[in-house]
Write a protein that binds this ligand. Structure first.
Ligand SMILES: [Fe+2]
Length: 247
């Protein structure tokens, strides 16, 4: 009965930040080339939000998606240069690089064949599946990425694919595919089911990378809020994440 008078205590996040991982390796902060930041001003707002919570290096990953965002190394590096100039203009000191988030569409295998993926660090290649259904030839193409391309594949936000189970992720990981969790999935940002699956990934020790997947200010707010959640705190305290290898 007295619960009515009890205030819900808001946990403080001041003890946690993303300093231990240092690198945010999946975001859409390059201006004007996909569904993320649309101009340098928006880019800088998002970048400042990452810096506030301890991110020291950003690897921006614009979509390469044949039906929507026909980005190439030229468009991506062009946007990177625009952003770098603006950062310099405003005296903002942050390391920033570009790679890509490759969509697993009908052009993806050809990119792998021609070794044209945009990589980060030591040949890591970030790619995403459709949200509707898995690619039928996923295993073959992933195997080809590893054996032919010498790539280290990273599957973006597997917790967001409703059709994918934690067991399937574990299998894919055993085949050599890294798993990248969106940090904000653990806040419930994408709904209860995604949150549950994200928590199971953490508890099953199958998370290799975490990142913001930041597109806009609502993601930035959730990225800050995520620091209040125990599973995020666990990832930042005692967990073998590989983000630091991209430093
Ligand atoms: Fe993304």
């Amino acid at each position: 009965m007295f619960n009515f008078f009890k205030r819900k205590e808001k946990k403080k996040n001041s003890d946690f930040n993303y300093g231990s991982i240092m690198v945010d390796m999946h975001s859409h902060v390059l201006p004007g080339i996909d569904d993320g930041a649309q101009n340098p001003e928006e880019s800088i707002f998002l970048i400042k939000k990452m810096m506030e919570v301890g991110i020291k290096k950003i690897i921006a990953t614009p979509h390469i998606m044949v039906d929507f965002y026909r980005n190439t190394p030229e468009t991506i590096n062009g946007a990177l240069e625009v952003l770098k100039a603006e950062l310099k203009n405003q005296n903002i000191d942050i390391e920033i690089e570009a790679a890509a988030e490759h969509y697993f569409d009908e052009t993806f295998e050809k990119r792998v064949d021609e070794k044209r993926l945009m990589i980060m660090g030591d040949n890591y290649a970030l790619f995403e599946y459709s949200f509707v259904s898995p690619p039928p030839n996923a295993f073959q193409v992933i195997q080809k990425m590893i054996e032919w391309g010498d790539y280290k594949p990273i599957l973006a936000h597997p917790e967001r694919y409703a059709y994918m189970t934690v067991e399937e992720m574990t299998n894919l990981r055993a085949w050599g595919c890294n798993m990248q969790l969106n940090t904000i999935s653990l806040t419930g940002y994408y709904g209860k089911d995604v949150k549950k699956k994200a928590e199971a990934m953490v508890d099953n020790d199958i998370v290799d990378f975490i990142s913001s997947d930041m597109h806009h200010p609502r993601h930035a707010a959730a990225f800050h809020d995520a620091l209040n959640f125990p599973h995020v705190q666990k990832l930042l305290t005692n967990y073998p994440l590989k983000n630091i290898m991209l430093k």
